[in-house]
Ligand binder design. Structure first.
Ligand code: UDP
Ligand code: MG
Length: 137
């Protein structure tokens, strides 16, 4: 069993796609073991994406991630990290197949509807960023 962090980003949340995205996760067999909606501050978004601090897109990304509400979820299942990333599709929504979540609900390389952890270590950090031990008991 493995856990990963999934986010519905502000673009997809504002468009009302968070319910459809949660349904697709459940249909895939991954289990949503914790869930909350919240509105990140700019500083909180910078903390979440600190690994990308040196990248040219960092400022725009953090502005985007703090523009409105998001849905944060912890997903559990065998190979949850890779399975959720496969369901999302590639980062650039314009190149994502239409049967992936980013292909369905994303707009471009930045406004791409969802986030998923990329490795066990990042999943641990990212789950802990949003959820406490009690949320996951
Ligand atoms: N991003 C961007 N421009 C880029 C690459 C990424 O705006 O050229 C944004 C996009 O929202 C992406 C996030 O930064 O989801 C994190 O980038 P990463 O390379 O980690 O992609 P992901 O793991 O989300 O597929
Ligand atoms: Mg990433």
């Amino acid at each position: 069993m493995q856990r990963t962090l999934a986010l519905v980003k502000p673009d997809a949340y504002a468009a009302g796609h968070h319910g459809a995205i949660a349904a697709k996760i459940q249909e895939s067999g991954l289990v949503i073991v914790a869930l909350k909606s919240l509105h990140l501050t700019r500083t909180q978004a910078e903390g979440f994406y600190h690994v990308h601090k040196a990248r040219p897109f960092f400022g725009d990304l953090c502005k985007f991630m703090s523009e409105g509400k998001i849905l944060a979820m912890v997903l559990e299942g065998n190979e949850a990290i890779a399975r959720w990333r496969a369901l999302m599709g590639p980062t650039d929504a314009t190149k994502a197949p239409k049967d992936t979540i980013r292909g369905m609900f994303g707009t471009n390389v930045e406004r791409n509807a969802t986030h998923g952890s990329d490795a066990p270590e990042t999943a641990t950090f990212e789950i802990g960023f949003f959820f406490s031990g009690l949320d996951l008991a």
